[in-house]
Design a binder for this molecule. Sequence first.
Ligand SMILES: [Zn+2]
Ligand SMILES: [Zn+2]
Length: 132
Amino acid sequence: MSSSNLNALLSEGTSISDFFSDLNVSILQAEANFRSIQVHVDSLLRVLSLLLLKKKAALKAAIESLPRVTVTAEEESYKACSICMEEFDIGSEAREMPCKHRFHSGCVEKWLRLRGSCPLCRYVMPLEEEES
Ligand SMILES: [Zn+2]
Ligand SMILES: [Zn+2]
């Protein structure tokens, strides 16, 4: 390789790194897109199982096993229960679904007995068999 070719290559250095950083950005974007597609597909499959299998209520055991959490002052994002729209009282008990959304204990229990999915993100709980 002659030195002039090498110099030409080195002077191209900026565009090569630009190329790689662009490539990196597009890979990250593709990954993010893929993840959001996966989430949507998962959600869609659960919706289909709700519709096709005619299951509606969450398993009692699954409802009962939802972790009980105490509402703390720092939990800015969990200020209100999306089922009754009432604000949580600091120090009161809330229940956390596997999707990390939190509701009043009584609210989420009633809700999940009617429909086994999170009212916010439609995360579907293990479902009770429908009696036929
Ligand atoms: Zn509530
Ligand atoms: Zn949720």
